[in-house]
Design a binder for this molecule. Structure first.
Ligand code: G6P
Length: 590
C-alpha cells in the first residue's frame, strides 16, 4: 500500500522520472501523489489529489534536478487532501520524506514534538518522521538522525529521505518493501520492481531494519540494529519491461485475464526434484497450514479440497489476518504454506514469522521473486506469471491453484500425471479465451449491470471459487456480491432470493453436480435468474456460461468467466477495473 519511488543519476528530469515510476506503482495507492526534488540548494515539491495517471509529462514545469523522491498514497491516517499527500517536511522544508506503512506510536511522538514547539500541517502519522529527524539534526549527521528516528518509531514502514544541501537519498525499512534498482551510474528505489524495470533489472532488496544511503557513487547498506555495513547480492529480475506494460489492452486486468492462455503452463514448468522435495516436506509435516489473504486466501481454501481429493491429505487453512489468533496449534514439525502474489502482504508475512518462531518450516508460493516471503521462507515456488498490476488478482490466482494442484499430485507420487492434466487444462483455457467467448460474457454483463445483488454458489472446490467470485464482483463492479456453499442456502441465504435475483452456480462434472443442480432448482422456484457455469447446459439455467470439462481443474477454470464478467461489469458501470475505489494491491499495512 502506497507506492514510493526515488531517482538519483545523471538525467536532469528527476521529478518526471519519479512520476513515470510512480505511475507504474499506482495499483498500490491512488488517492493523491507528490514528488520532491533537489532544486539547486532547495527542495522543490509538487502535490496533487487524485490519480497520478491523470498527470501528463510537462503538466508542471519542474526545474532541472538529478535527485527526486515521490509517493502515491493510499490513505491510512488523515483524509485525502493535498496537505496529507506526501512528501512531508520539517518546518524549515529542508528535509523531505515519503513514507509507506503505519507509525503506530506517532500520536505520542507528535505530542512530544508539539510540546517542544514543532508545528504539524497534516493529519498524517508520516509527518512525524520529518520532524523527528529534524529534532536530531542539530547534533547529528543526517544518517545518524535517521538511525535515531528509526529506533524510536514503532510499526511497519518504508521511508525515503532527502535533505536540502546533501546530494543523496536515504531509505530505511521495517516491514514495508523497498527495492534498489542499479542502473548505469543511476539508481532507483521503489516499493516494487515494475516501477524501474524499463531502466534496469539489477536489484538489491533492502531487508527489515536496514538502511541504504545512495549518492553518485552508489548504494551503501547498513544494519540499523548492529550499526554495521551490510553486503548485498545483486539479483537479476527475469521479467521483460514490456510485461509490465498494458500493450494492446486498455487495462491491466483484461491483459492479465488473457495472459492465462499461457500462465498455467509457466506455473507447472517447475523443477521436478524441487517439487518432490516440497511434497515430502508436506508428507512429513505434523500438520500443514495454508495461509493467505484476499484472493490468495480463497486459493488456500480451494487447496484444502484439492489435497483431500487428490492426495487424501488433510491440510488446514487460515486467513492471514486471523492466523495470530490460531497460531497456538503450530508445532516445530508443522509446515506453513503461505500463498501470496506479491510476497509482501503484511498479515501473511506475520503468519510466516509466527510459524518460524515456533520452529515450523515455511513454504512461500509467490509471484515476485526476491520478495520478503521469498527471502524469509525455507522453500519457495515461483508462479512465473509475470508482473500482476491490476488490483484484482486473476492470473496469479489460477497459477497458485495450478501449483497447489501439482503439489497434491506430487504428494501421491503422481507429479508427471499432475503436470499432464494441468497442461491439458492450459490448452482448454487457451481455446476458451477467444473474442466470441468474451462477447458472450459481455452480454451477461449487460443483463446484470443494474442489479442490486449477485449470489454465487458452489460445492467442494467450487465453494472456494464462489467466495473468490464474490470478491472479484465486489471489487470491480461494486455490486453487492456474496458466495455461499450451495448446500447452506436453506440455512439462511435462501431468504434473500426474490424475483430475478441473479444466482451464479459454479459446477463441476463430479458427484457434486446433481446436488448443485437441485439447489439451482430451489432458487429458481423462488424466482431467481440462474446463471450456470458448467460444461453442459441444463434446463434450469436461464443463462449458460460454457466452460470446458476440466476434471480436477474445474474450480480453476470456472473462475475465469467470472473474472471476465467482473471486468465487463466494471466497464459498464464506469468503474476503473485496474484501480477499484478504496483498495490497493499490495496490502503492506495491517
Ligand atoms: C489485495 C489484492 C488481492 C490479493 C490480496 C493478497 O487485497 O487486491 O488481489 O489477493 O491483497 O495479496 P497477495 O499479494 O498476498 O496475494
Amino acid at each position: 500500500m502506497c507506492g514510493i519511488f526515488a531517482y538519483l543519476g545523471p538525467q536532469n528530469n528527476a521529478s518526471e522520472i519519479a512520476i513515470t515510476g510512480l505511475k507504474k506503482l499506482e495499483y498500490r495507492g491512488y488517492d493523491s501523489w507528490g514528488v520532491a526534488a533537489l532544486d539547486r540548494e532547495e527542495i522543490a515539491y509538487y502535490k496533487k489529489v487524485g490519480k497520478i495517471s491523470a498527470y501528463s509529462t510537462g503538466d508542471h514545469a519542474f526545474n532541472p534536478s538529478h535527485l527526486a523522491i515521490g509517493h502515491s498514497r493510499w490513505a491510512t491516517h488523515g483524509g485525502i487532501t493535498e496537505a496529507n499527500a506526501h512528501p512531508h517536511f520539517n518546518s524549515a522544508k529542508s528535509i523531505a520524506i515519503v513514507h509507506n506503512g503505519i507509525i503506530e506510536n506517532y500520536a505520542k511522538i507528535k505530542a512530544d514534538l508539539e510540546t517542544r514547539g514543532y508545528h504539524f500541517v497534516s493529519e498524517t502519522d508520516s509527518e512525524t518522521i520529518a520532524h523527528l529527524i529534524d529534532s536530531h539534526l542539530p547534533t547529528h549527521t543526517l544518517e545518524e538522525a535517521i538511525k535515531l528516528t528509526m529506533s524510536e518509531l514503532e510499526g511497519r514502514y518504508a521511508i525515503l529521505v532527502i535533505k536540502k544541501d546533501e546530494q543523496k537519498i536515504i531509505a530505511a525499512r521495517r516491514g514495508s518493501p523497498l527495492i534498489v534498482g542499479i542502473g548505469k551510474q543511476e539508481f532507483y528505489i521503489a516499493s516494487d520492481i515494475p516501477a524501474f524495470l524499463e531502466h534496469t533489472n539489477q536489484v538489491n532488496y533492502l531487508d527489515d531494519d536496514q538502511m541504504v544511503v545512495i549518492d553518485h557513487r552508489g548504494p551503501q547498506y547498513f544494519d540499523l540494529r548492529t550499526n554495521s555495513p551490510v553486503e548485498k547480492r545483486l539479483i537479476t529480475i527475469d521479467w521483460l519491461a514490456s510485461t509490465a506494460e498494458k500493450g494492446k489492452y486498455p487495462h491491466f486486468m483484461i491483459k492479465e485475464i488473457m495472459e492465462q492462455q499461457e500462465t498455467i503452463r509457466r506455473a507447472v514448468e517447475q523443477d521436478n526434484d524441487e517439487i518432490q522435495k516440497i511434497a515430502s516436506a508436506i508428507e512429513n509435516a505434523y500438520g500443514t497450514y495454508l495461509v493467505g489473504c484476499g484472493t490468495a486466501g480463497k486459493v488456500c481454501l480451494a487447496a484444502t479440497y484439492l489435497f483431500s481429493r487428490i492426495a487424501q491429505r488433510h491440510v488446514n487453512f487460515a486467513v492471514g489476518s486471523e492466523f495470530s489468533s490460531l497460531q497456538h496449534f503450530i508445532k516445530d514439525r508443522s509446515l506453513m504454506i503461505a500463498v501470496s502474489q506479491s510476497g509482501e502482504t503484511a498479515d501473511t508475512l506475520e503468519a510466516i514469522r509466527a510459524a518460524k518462531t515456533k520452529g515450523a518450516k515455511t513454504l512461500a508460493i509467490i509471484n515476485v521473486k526476491g520478495s520478503t516471503m521469498d527471502r524469509e521462507s525455507d522453500f519457495s515456488i515461483h508462479l512465473k506469471a509475470g508482473p500482476e498490476q491490476a488490483v484484482a488478482s486473476t492470473k496469479a490466482t489460477t497459477s497458485q491453484l495450478a501449483i497447489l494442484t501439482l503439489l497434491a499430485y506430487a504428494c501421491t507420487g503422481q507429479l508427471a500425471e499432475g503436470k499432464r492434466l494441468l497442461l491439458e487444462t492450459q490448452s482448454q483455457i487457451t481455446d476458451m479465451l477467444n473474442p466470441r467467448y468474451e462477447d458472450h460474457i459481455r452480454s451477461l454483463a449487460d443483463l446484470l449491470a443494474e442489479v442490486e445483488s449477485i449470489y454465487i454458489i458452489g460445492k467442494g472446490v467450487n465453494y472456494a471459487m464462489a467466495l473468490e467470485s464474490a470478491i472479484k464482483l465486489q471489487e470491480i463492479s461494486y455490486i453487492h456480491a456474496e458466495g455461499f456453499a450451495a448446500g447452506e442456502l436453506k440455512h439462511g441465504p435462501l431468504a434473500l432470493i426474490t424475483t430475478d435475483t441473479p444466482v451464479i452456480a459454479l459446477i463441476s462434472n463430479d458427484e457434486t453436480r446433481q446436488d448443485i443442480l437441485n439447489n439451482c432448482q430451489e432458487v429458481k422456484a423462488r424466482g431467481a435468474y440462474v446463471i450456470g457455469v458448467a460444461s453442459e447446459n441444463n434446463p434450469v439455467f436461464d443463462f449458460w456460461i460454457k466452460v470446458p470439462d476440466a476434471g480436477i481443474s474445474q474450480g480453476l477454470v470456472n473462475i475465469i468467466p467470472i473474472q471476465l464478467l467482473a471486468y465487463h461489469l466494471g466497464l459498464l458501470r464506469k468503474n476503473d477495473p485496474d484501480m477499484p475505489r478504496n483498495l490497493a494491491k499490495s496490502v503492506t499495512v495491517k
